[in-house]
Design a protein around this ligand. Structure first.
Ligand code: GAR
Length: 200
């Protein structure tokens, strides 16, 4: 399973996926990493792993469609099977989604549909929830709304701060994303509309 990973930030989820592949826990290969931010540390991680890593600058394109067309060209040029959004903070264009139907995944640091958006951990903490978590889902044209593949809860303790909660959530993310990808790689995932089933 050839993965194209889209990133915008520090890339700890990318690293977890790379480590799982390297350890033989995930039968997949990251074949390219694309960032919409030049300063994303994820690009450094990709470079260290010897992977093709590129920054695609939205400002260099006339509109979102042209920008997404370039992303699609790169992904297809690398022979990607699955597109993995790992902290990619932009809505992926319809052209890319249509080219990879039910083959685009995203991770979100809350239990969707609660607290979608760019500040999920903080929003959940400030709301005062006692349970939050992590969601891995198939991406569609609505931000953080595609069919859910995996979720795991994280408890908010009385002495948690946003920072300690974030650390707990990242720890779960780094296990859940490779595990969800492994389920796909092993052919255990069946999608029926919004319902995603994991076969034993
Ligand atoms: C992760 O917590 C991920 O769930 C979140 O961005 C972080 C990226 O961290 N994504 C979203 O909020 C998407 N709506 P990373 O760059 O270290 O993997």
């Amino acid at each position: 399973m050839r993965l194209g990973v889209l990133v915008s930030g520090s890339g700890t989820n990318l690293q977890a996926i790379l480590d799982a592949c390297e350890a033989g826990d995930l039968p997949a290969e990251v074949v390219c990493v694309v960032s919409d931010r030049e300063d994303a540390y994820a690009l450094v991680r990709a470079g260290c792993a010897g992977l093709p890593a590129m920054f695609i600058d939205r400002k260099a394109y006339r509109d979102e469609d042209e920008f997404n067309h370039e992303i699609l060209d790169v992904l297809q040029g690398c022979g990607v099977d699955y597109v993995v959004m790992a902290g990619y903070m932009r809505l992926l264009g319809k052209e890319v989604l249509d080219a990879f139907p039910m083959h685009v995944l995203n991770i979100h640091p809350t239990l969707l549909p609660s607290f979608p958006g760019a500040h999920g951990i903080r929003d959940a903490f400030e709301y005062g929830v006692k349970v939050t978590g992590v969601t891995v889902h198939f991406a569609n044209e609505v931000f953080d709304r595609g069919p859910i593949l995996a979720q795991e809860e994280v408890h908010v303790d009385d002495d948690d701060t946003v920072e300690t909660l974030e650390a707990k959530i990242h720890k779960v993310e780094h296990r859940l994303y490779p595990a969800a990808l492994k389920a796909i790689a092993s052919g255990r995932v069946r999608v029926e509309g919004r319902i995603v089933r994991l076969e034993p």
